[in-house]
Design a protein around this ligand. Sequence first.
Ligand code: COI
Length: 378
Amino acid sequence: MTTDIQHSHIGARADEAFRLRRSTRPRENGELARVLGDPKFGEHFTDHMVLIDYSEPGGWCDARVVPYGPLTLDPASAVLHYGQEVFEGLKVYRHADGHLRTFRPEINARRFALSAARLALPELPESLFIESIRQLAQADAGWVPHQSGASLYVRPFLIATEAFLGVRPSRQATYGVIASPAGSYFADADEGISLWLSRDYSRAGLGGTGAAKCGGNYAASLLAQQQAHAHGCAQVLFTDASTRTWVEEAGSMNIFFAFSDQTIVTPPLTGTILAGVTRDSVLRLARDMGYRAVERPVSIDEWQTAAVTGELREVFAAGTAAVITPIAELVGDDLLIETPGGGTESIAARLRAELTSIQYGTSHDRYAWMLDLGPVDS
Ligand code: COI
């Protein structure tokens, strides 16, 4: 990728690696206030972005925070042809003590490295990943919303930039981080969303890239997502590719089932499911709340039967963007399973309150999940 900054190699200290070039045209205050008043999701981008280049044999270099803007890519770049790309998603919260904090970023950093390894991309050191989040959050601190329920969604990504059409791993890559103020992912999700059971398409197969957070998985889900929308559903439910029996993921979220025997179940991580940070946190918080949290397969048949007998109390989805969202129904060609959870006393709502109170700093961070990104003025 072309760059306007001289090459500089990255030493042992990630915090000293970054150069900052401030935007000369930051968003004007009135417009920023308007955006932050109703940020929606993924529609507005902050004034800056992080870039770090990688090339063989030199490794990572030129860590920089620069004005947000288009990237210059050779049209032969591997990412444009073979989809060699991975990404992450995490949030930065503004706390009442004037500090910005983020939630369990080391898990995103490790998953980013695992995703990169699966896509034959270079692994970014954890310290650089975390420092890149801190640098961008500090540069664009004014973009972190004040209101509860809103945050700054941060999107790290890594693309293969070598200009070469042979099919082999790229020897050049660019890491980037952009950020976008975020409110709710789903409009009106409090009473639950509808899922469309995809019988035609799979998200991932054994030995594939299902456990990696790569753009290809999301591209492969879009047609099914389109079908879901055509059937009036907000998201698609994916089952296993081989037998179409076992529940895997709800769109881009992990899925949970709450049974009347105080058990909360989510499908196990067998290589086709993304290891969600929210998923892991929900398992921990559910145990703290007295539930038995279990990772085991759940079939569509079990879902249907348990909904009819009343053993299934609630179904909900979990992810960084959507937090915890109740699932009101599963719809298919010849199927309708209703699981009306919702309401402030639901298990999903209580788990969400527990999780977000830690994230927004209104309850004790008993697991030291929040990482302090430093104080800010505004
Ligand atoms: C996230 O929750 O961070 C996701 O990955 C969903 C996103 C693709 C919008």
